[in-house]
Design a protein around this ligand. Structure first.
Ligand code: NAD
Length: 385
């Protein structure tokens, strides 16, 4: 198989889908790997490192895509500005694609992939089951985001984080409130604790209480909702009545909090609003909110995705694609996850993906001109009406 690794074209994307270290796993099964020149530069991997690992470097993107059987990327195929062609048109007809797709937000792209009979695997739809943990790109990228969110907050804060006992007196520790303690929230708790912060956290999923405590943070106790989790372990959308109670519990804490990192999300829905403008006023001037749900509408009603704004003396940061700000490790993790998926799809030379397998079935979105993922096809046909 000829496997193509393009240079990412979306502005600000610094990650690369496959790092040189992963190539031997593909090459030993007699696959040929072609890499676009500079594909790894943003993440610190040179063309020479790819060549040493056995890849062929190609300088023209058309030549890279030509005759490829499989294209592996990070960002969903997008318009290639220098070629003035969409990347989905560059992928050879009936070839295979592995990468992010965000299918619900990219209806036109899904149509193009169908028309070109591309077998497209969307990494965000890899089922979050134990067997697929080593392929879980969402967890990897959330880990990076949770870590980086704390560092963003510290760069914006006007005070130090740890408790310091000095000759000039005692400096109290900063207090962080983490809303949503899934993968990114737990990593934010761990990072803030390492820096010496006092950390409080809340998540409506009952299992999370122990996880929060095991990281040395305190759990914000409140009446928990009854019907909280899907079979896959995700939080369900909560009623407005519960969210109102949750906002009250959060509000009571805000006057003592220096940083809020919010990560609350409900898969496929708008993120719940946990911080209203009135609540932002309750924070002390100089406090910082880092809203990791910015792209899903934000947990704070003032958040602007991709911007940092200041309201009522509070900095409200709505970072997007934080993983691309730590491209070395984000690429390392992404590449490891995606290579594991690749080995799952193609375990031996000449063996094709088993489309009846739960993992393969879960993340395959288009194949042979059709949408083969029931969840996506139902959601898209509902939109069409
Ligand atoms: P996510 O990014 O969709 O959501 C982040 C967090 O927001 C979740 O913990 C959710 O409970 C929380 N949340 C939702 N509504 C909230 C509200 N009103 N207030 C506060 N918090 C709220 O989730 P994620 O971090 O990607 O994953 C969540 C869970 O999925 C994991 O903790 C785990 O249980 C499951 N998971 C399983 C596997 C696996 O088995 N392979 C892998 C990853 C995740």
């Amino acid at each position: 198989m000829r496997i193509a690794i393009p240079r990412e074209v979306v502005a600000g994307e610094t990650r690369v889908a496959i790092i040189p270290e992963m190539l031997p796993l593909m090459i030993r099964d007699k696959h040929q790997v072609v890499v676009e020149t500079g594909a790894g530069h943003g993440a610190g991997f040179s063309d020479d490192e790819y060549v040493e690992a056995g890849a062929v470097i190609v300088s023209q993107p058309q030549a890279l895509y030509e005759d490829s059987d499989l294209v592996i990327k990070v960002q969903p195929p997008a318009m290639h500005s220098s070629l003035q062609r969409h990347e989905a048109e560059l992928i050879p007809e009936a070839a295979t694609y592995i990468g992010f797709l965000a299918p619900l937000a990219n209806r036109e792209l899904i149509k193009m992939l169908m028309e070109r009979k591309i077998t497209a695997f969307s990494v965000e739809y890899i089922p979050r089951i134990t067997r697929a943990q080593s392929m879980d790109v969402l967890s990897s990228m959330s880990t990076v985001a949770g870590y980086k969110a704390v560092l963003l907050a510290t760069g914006r804060m006007r005070k130090m984080i740890p408790l310091l006992m000095t000759a000039a007196g005692t400096i109290p520790p900063a207090t962080f409130l983490i809303l949503g303690a899934g993968v990114s929230g737990l990593q934010a708790i761990a990072t803030a604790k390492r820096l010496g912060a006092k950390v409080e956290a809340f998540d409506p999923r009952p299992l999370v209480r122990e996880q929060v405590k095991s990281l040395g943070a305190s759990f914000v106790e409140m009446e928990m909702p009854e019907d909280v989790e899907t079979a896959g372990g995700y939080a369900k959308e909560q009623s407005e009545q519960f969210l109102e109670k949750e906002r009250e519990a959060i509000r009571a804490r805000l006057p003592r909090v220096d940083v809020v990192i919010s990560t609350a999300q409900v898969f496929g829905k708008r993120a719940p609003v946990l911080l209203t403008e009135a609540m932002v006023r309750d924070l002390r001037p100089g406090s910082v909110i880092v809203d990791l749900a910015a792209e899903q509408g934000g947990n704070c009603e003032l958040t602007k995705a991709g911007e940092t704004i200041e309201r009522h003396g509070v900095s409200i940061m709505g970072p997007v694609n934080l993983a691309a700000t730590v491209p070395v490790d984000a690429s390392r993790m992404y590449s490891k996850n995606v290579t594991t998926l690749f080995k799952h799809l193609y375990p031996k030379p000449g063996v094709m993906p088993d489309f009846a397998d739960e993992i393969v079935k879960g993340c395959c979105i288009t194949r042979a001109g059709e949408i083969v993922n029931a969840q996506i096809s139902t959601a898209l046909s509902r939109e069409t009406g």
